[in-house]
Design a protein around this ligand. Structure first.
Ligand code: GDP
Length: 363
């Protein structure tokens, strides 16, 4: 066991004492791809895990719940999270909201926009709303006027998948800071929702009050991984459409294979704006949570997720090392050209690269 850096211990203590600044700093740390940051973040996460293991044994451990929320832009996710988050707080929980924003990984722009999201929730003592990674991270370093960190972060932002890649760690940090309900929001485009589903205990899909063709248009895969479908904007002129949508989603779900043998996915109508169906949503979520815990599926799912996450990290780490290997890079350029020209089979080129790379580590 290597000695834990004093800097990491300070960060850990700060998180444990509920210092928001430490939590924000720690999340920025786990989002960084810099070698020294990676080392520190591994130390921090190991410290958290070790302490959690000890407190589980002494039974002071608090159980946590992770909820993923996905839906197309404009469906009302922010509005819902604000109302819903306030309700959960009123039930004595501490709530963290994290956003996975697929757009920011490439362009540095943000689908979620620059509006202050969830202003009311953000101001609550027992809530932590993490700003969208692109703005948060870059802003911090701009303020620090630290050029090398800034460059590192620009590289981070340009690497695809970076944002979702460390949400898992961000969740663990929030839980260590005492937020027992973690809400992970993602825009329903690209692969981000599948990635989020692999990090949470329950995956919730939010859809607009429209049925028929809309259901056809929604990727079947997303409905399939949902444990709960929320039809939002079930108010005013939309109410009829919402009722219709409810019928259609309910019957569509009947023909899909459930995620787990112990839970049949449910459909609920809410109005995030008028605070209708919020309590009922939380009741369903609790019912789900109880069923999953009692059947042992809850721990099983988390265990499987941890295993999956290990493999994702192995893949990422191997790719990082491969790509940063200068000898390999030169060789790869030549191979790519040959593959492009059709002079060499893709598979043969891949084997060659992997063989050369792994041979380097053979004694
Ligand atoms: P997001 O992009 O999914 O986060 O959606 P927003 O929360 O920003 O909401 C998009 C728009 O829908 C805003 O103009 C909201 O006021 C509106 N909206 C959100 N929830 C409701 C609702 O329950 N009923 C109605 N009528 N409008 C809503």
């Amino acid at each position: 066991t290597r000695d834990v850096l004093p800097k990491v211990i300070n960060l850990y203590e700060g998180i444990k004492n509920g210092d928001r600044h430490s939590l924000a700093k720690a999340i920025t740390l786990v989002e960084s791809t810099r070698r020294d940051h990676k080392f520190q973040s591994e130390q921090l996460l190991s410290t958290i895990l070790n302490k959690a293991a000890v407190s589980t044994r002494s039974r002071s451990h608090r159980s946590t719940f992770r909820i993923g929320l996905s839906g197309p832009p404009g469906v009302g996710k922010s509005t819902f999270l604000e109302t819903f988050g306030m309700y959960i707080l009123s039930q004595g929980h501490r709530v963290a909201v994290l956003a996975v924003d697929p757009s920011s990984s490439r362009s540095g722009g943000s689908i979620l926009g620059d509006k202050t999201r969830m202003p009311q929730l953000s101001n609550q003592e027992n809530a932590y709303v993490r700003p969208s990674p692109s703005r948060g991270t870059l802003g911090t370093y701009l303020a620090m006027n630290n050029l090398s960190s800034l460059l590192d972060n620009i590289i981070d932002l340009l690497s695809p998948c970076m944002v979702a890649r460390n949400t898992n760690e961000a969740i663990i940090l929030c839980e260590a800071a005492g937020y027992d309900v973690c809400l992970v929001e993602t825009v329903g485009v690209g692969q981000s929702e599948t990635m989020v589903a692999e990090m949470v205990d329950m995956f919730v899909l939010m859809v607009p009050p429209a049925g028929g063709d809309e259901i056809q248009g929604l990727k079947k895969g997303i409905v399939e991984i949902s444990d709960l479908v929320i039809i939002n904007k079930s108010d005013g002129a939309f109410q009829g459409a919402a009722i219709q949508a409810m019928t259609e989603y309910t019957s569509a779900l009947k023909y899909l294979q459930p995620n787990t043998p112990v839970w049949k996915p449910r459909v609920i109508r809410v109005s995030a704006k008028s605070n209708v169906g919020i309590k009922e949503t939380w009741d369903i979520i609790q019912e789900y949570c109880n069923v999953m815990r009692e059947s042992g599926q809850f721990e099983k799912r988390r265990g499987e997720q941890r295993k999956l996450w290990m493999w994702t990290q192995i893949k990422n780490e191997l790719m990082d090392r491969l790509k940063s290997d200068t000898a390999i890079r030169t060789m790869v350029e030549e191979l790519e050209e040959k593959v492009f020209q059709g002079e060499m089979a893709s598979g043969a080129a891949a084997d060659y690269v992997v063989d050369r790379f792994t041979n380097k580590y053979r004694q």
